[in-house]
Design a protein around this ligand. Sequence first.
Ligand SMILES: Cc1cc2nc3c(=O)[nH]c(=O)nc-3n(C[C@H](O)[C@H](O)[C@H](O)COP(=O)(O)OP(=O)(O)OC[C@H]3O[C@@H](n4cnc5c(N)ncnc54)[C@H](O)[C@@H]3O)c2cc1C
Length: 430
Amino acid sequence: MGQKLTRREFGKLFAAGAAGSALGAFGGVTPLFAQQKRVVVIGGGFGGASAAKYIRKLDPSIAVTLVEPASTFYTCPFSNWVMGGLKEMKDIAQTFDVLKNKFQVEVIHDTATEIDAAKNTVKLKGGKTLNYDRLIVSPGIDFNYDAIEGYSEEVANSQMPHAYKAGPQTELITRQLSELKAGENVLICPPDNPFRCPPGPYERASLVANYLKKNKPGSKVIILDAKEKFSKQGLFTKGWEKLYGDVIEWRAASMGGKVLSVDSAAMTVETEFGPEKGGVINVIPPQQAGKIAFNAGLVDASGWCPINPITFESTIHPGIHVIGDACIAGKMPKSGFAASSQGKVTAAGVIRLMQGKVPAPPSLVNTCYSLVGPGYGISVAAVYKLTSDGIVGIEGAGGLTPMDADDDQLTEEATYARGWYNNITQDIWG
Ligand SMILES: Cc1cc2nc3c(=O)[nH]c(=O)nc-3n(C[C@H](O)[C@H](O)[C@H](O)COP(=O)(O)OP(=O)(O)OC[C@H]3O[C@@H](n4cnc5c(N)ncnc54)[C@H](O)[C@@H]3O)c2cc1C
């Protein structure tokens, strides 16, 4: 399973080690630092911040520069809880202070606009150019707005939020829900696979239903799905029947679920079975790797980035690693936990490559908790290994909350979900 270093990688390591000549393009740095190897990380979310921190933890001799436009990163995990009135925006806000001050990660709040894979440089919107020995790209997702007629970024920002990147979108939908007239319906329109956080729309439906039941009598959540089935479906359905009765209605694609177009003025969506009106309409469009991955030619025809599953190094551009939602990681879902796990594996792999060693085959994990109600949690967990078929789940490792879990177990799962959030955010940004 081991991966041999390419001649180019060896050449660069020797050059850097011998005289720092390969790093000579570090304009304005002292001769001492000119010898230092440098990793640039694009994106300070779950994948990128994990990689940046763990490189510095595992090998403080490597300089790490993290490029992230936001000075406060709002996590998508628990953003559904904000919409449901169970958390506030401040509870999902993470900063980069610890990465900067404790781990000496150089954090630049800017946007990467161009990557030159031949020159090993990254251009920033603010005008700077950064040099790297290795680059890690974790830009998350972007939306294919054109896939749904009538939908656009402007419509998402004004009337029909996707709320699939946390921040202003979370605030917009939360405000819309509080202004909803009792009796009006909330439409949630999830996309087809693959997309970020497969259980996300269904946790959202649960917590919005919980809010409606208490605050908007007569209102319902209607899920208009582009799919025939969804993540943790049996567990969600059981929870919905128990907690919400007919407050949640799910329509599969073949049952009129697939959204063909939207009319933001009329606040309707058009399906194969006709129009549906909503007081709040949450359209989650199809997704693809973040824009910078397209700019840099890191994507294939699928719109996602192919990688070597040992090191997450791009199979298109050597020297550039792509992690998180943007990459094609076999059977791993697009989740924050998966992105963080990939960030750590990539940190270890990048260090070994920089030391001229062969990276070890990775062991990867994922756990996803979803809240069906404030005291009702469910989860799915998996451990992954590398086989000739790529990254696959290890049979018997992990699993789902049992269908016959009793009330105490479901309450415990909700408690674990809170613990999960505290642990992962502390591990990454704390
Ligand atoms: C509603 C919802 C609930 C979720 N719940 C969970 C959950 O409970 N558990 C879980 O594990 N996952 C959950 N997820 C999924 C999780 O949020 C993502 O899988 C995770 O954020 C992916 O990490 P990432 O590093 O790929 O991208 P992100 O975390 O989105 O980070 C990408 C970062 O890159 C930055 N960036 C983008 N382009 C550039 C550029 N050109 N230059 C510089 N920076 C750039 C962005 O500003 C962003 O900060 C949820 C998602 C949603 C939408």
